[in-house]
Design a protein around this ligand. Structure first.
Ligand code: F6P
Length: 323
């Protein structure tokens, strides 16, 4: 009988619990033992590993966050930290590890795999910046949370004929901002991948009023050079010349805290179950993701080495439809 452990690492994402549940129940279904590791790689190093039963993951599919807890763990970036993690896995007789998380987490998974330990990753981050999955667990829910905020801001923006800025998360990736702008019908969008000129943004916002719009919404990615702070500063400094004020809302961690929607629950369930199935068929050192409509595996070494490109052509679409 095999013994697998599962951990969640990095920023939490809505749907992580559904993935933990799928890994656990699929492992038990195969007659294996399954354990949960608390607080990501930090808990692994500390040997915080507990046996799970089917009941350990009852009633969690609809919950946001992660019942296992998560952490960012600088110690795991060192070889010594990883060796301590491997020792803890050996002490608990764990044969393989499933890592649910984004870029940093899968880099850790790849490092463990390179040390010869069987690891399978599950693609999960609201940023959608992970190579090896077109869409990752948590993105859809985070997008819907951003959209709810944008829709509400549009209402008050229309009442007051004001320009509003909404800053969304995404680290150095503009995916959340771009998709929120398209789905929210924003007048302008600023992403890290493309240089933006605040003068042009101001012109776009002013033009939307000239065209008879009652609101002007600009969605900004936190990682852009002109993020909320920088744009607000620019608008304040040029208030007289620009002729209007900008109000800003930074969504921040609100985007990560929601209950997962149907899409994320199903995606997480499929990816989590596939991770166990792949281990059962002898595969390891891979990331399970959703590619071109299918559940597919990509070597962790490739995931760690490659950057996922953003389709910046969608920026043209956002601009064209903002008219
Ligand atoms: O990677 C997910 C994410 O939410 C990013 O969008 C954001 O930049 C970062 O995590 C915030 O990290 P923390 O929760 O550690 O402040």
């Amino acid at each position: 009988m095999k013994h697998i452990a599962v951990l969640t690492s990095g920023g939490d994402a809505p749907g992580m619990n559904a993935a933990i549940r799928a890994v656990t129940r699929m492992g038990l279904e195969l007659g294996w033992r399954v354990s949960g590791v608390a607080q990501g790689y930090a808990g692994l190093i500390a040997g915080d590993i507990e046996p799970f039963t089917a009941r350990s993951v009852s009633g969690i599919i609809q919950q946001g966050g992660t019942i296992l807890g998560s952490a960012r763990c600088p110690d795991f970036l060192t070889e010594e930290g990883r060796e301590r993690g491997l020792r803890a896995l050996a002490q608990h007789d764990v044969d393989a590890l499933v890592v649910i998380g984004g870029n940093g987490s899968q880099a850790g998974a790849n490092a463990l795999s390179a040390m010869g330990y069987p690891v399978v990753g599950v693609a999960s981050t609201i940023d959608n910046d992970l190579y090896g999955s077109d869409i990752t667990i948590g993105v859809d829910t985070a997008l819907n949370i951003a959209l709810e905020a944008i829709d509400r801001l549009k209402v008050t923006a229309s009442s007051h004929q004001r320009a509003f800025l909404v800053e969304v998360m995404g680290r150095n990736c503009g995916y959340l901002a771009l998709m929120s702008a398209i789905a929210g019908g924003a007048e302008a969008v600023v992403i890290p991948e493309v240089e933006s000129d605040p003068e042009i943004i101001a012109t776009e916002l002013r033009d939307s009023y000239r065209r008879g719009k009652s609101h002007a919404i600009i969605v900004v990615a936190e990682g852009a050079r002109y993020n909320a702070e920088a744009l607000l500063e620019f608008f304040k400094a040029h208030r007289g010349r620009l002729g209007f004020e900008l109000r800003a809302t930074t969504l921040g961690h609100v985007q990560r805290g929601g209950a997962p929607g149907a899409y994320d629950r199903i995606l997480a369930t499929r990816l989590g179950a596939a991770a166990v199935e792949r281990l059962a068929s002898g595969e390891q050192g891979i990331l399970i993701g959703h590619l071109q409509g299918e559940i597919r595996a990509t070597p962790l070494a490739e995931v760690a080495a490659r950057k996922k490109p953003l389709d910046v052509n969608l920026l043209k679409l956002a601009d064209a439809l903002a008219k």
